[in-house]
Write a protein that binds this ligand. Structure first.
Ligand SMILES: [Cu+2]
Length: 233
């Protein structure tokens, strides 16, 4: 029996070395989920016809298991060294007058392709406070612009000045240890050295929560539970 445990430990150890240590978990919502209303796209008939299914607001997407989509989970404290941005680009698409995805996370200096295949004009307006604000018209012939955000910054809003319902959020990090939760509210951050980290889960309406996580020989888990957003003061 002891032998099996030892072998198992060695195998897990080898796997951890191959894939790097990590933190994974799930972000859940407790309480009644507000219904996401249909977006009022009628002001622009092309926005309506470019959607097979009428799109809804996305400010709180919870699945049947309580998982919250579009949370940005990132390492806030405990990292050392500097990290270069990856060569892969991140895409923010304007599709049927909706930003896809609604929430994205990138590294400082990473290329972000902003696409417009809608055949109409969008005006992308980023509202950072640390990075440089930009406001760029994308007429229908302008199908792509590529930009970067030079500094790390907590998530900020991106909006379209033509279509007021179009909203996205982008978080910029000076390291690659972040993830955006999928439909089921789960996330996974890999490649961390053993140590103690503070991680933060951010949501556009639910706010933020932090957790202290120790990454040891194996991967660590950190789950978060958020409650109903507090009323605006
Ligand atoms: Cu637009």
């Amino acid at each position: 029996m002891k032998k099996i445990t030892l072998i198992t430990t060695i195998v897990i150890g080898m796997l951890a070395q191959t894939f790097g240590e990590g933190i994974s978990g799930k972000v859940s919502f407790e309480g009644k989920t507000p219904k996401m209303k249909k977006l009022k796209l009628e002001a622009d008939p092309i926005c309506v016809s470019n959607n097979a299914v009428p799109p809804t607001a996305e400010w709180l997407i919870v699945d049947e298991s309580g998982g919250v989509k579009n949370m940005i989970v990132s390492v806030k404290e405990g990292l050392s060294g500097s990290h270069n941005p990856p060569s892969e680009k991140v895409v923010l698409d304007q599709q049927g007058c909706v930003y896809r995805p609604h929430v994205l996370a990138v590294m400082a200096g990473q290329n972000v392709d902003i696409l417009n295949n809608d055949g109409i004009m969008h005006n992308i307006h980023a509202l950072p406070t640390i990075n440089r604000e930009f406001n760029k018209a994308m007429p229908k012939f302008k199908k792509k612009i590529t930009t970067q955000f030079e500094n790390s910054e907590k998530p900020f809003k991106i909006k379209c000045d033509v279509h007021p319902w179009m909203i996205a959020y982008i978080g910029v990090f000076d390291h690659p240890f972040f993830a955006v939760t999928g439909d089921d509210g789960t996330y996974s951050i890999s490649g961390l050295s053993p140590g103690e980290y503070v991680i933060e889960a951010w949501h556009e309406k639910l706010g933020t929560q932090t957790a202290t996580v120790t990454v040891g020989d194996g991967s660590a888990t950190a789950d978060f539970t958020f409650k109903k957003p507090s009323k605006k003061k």
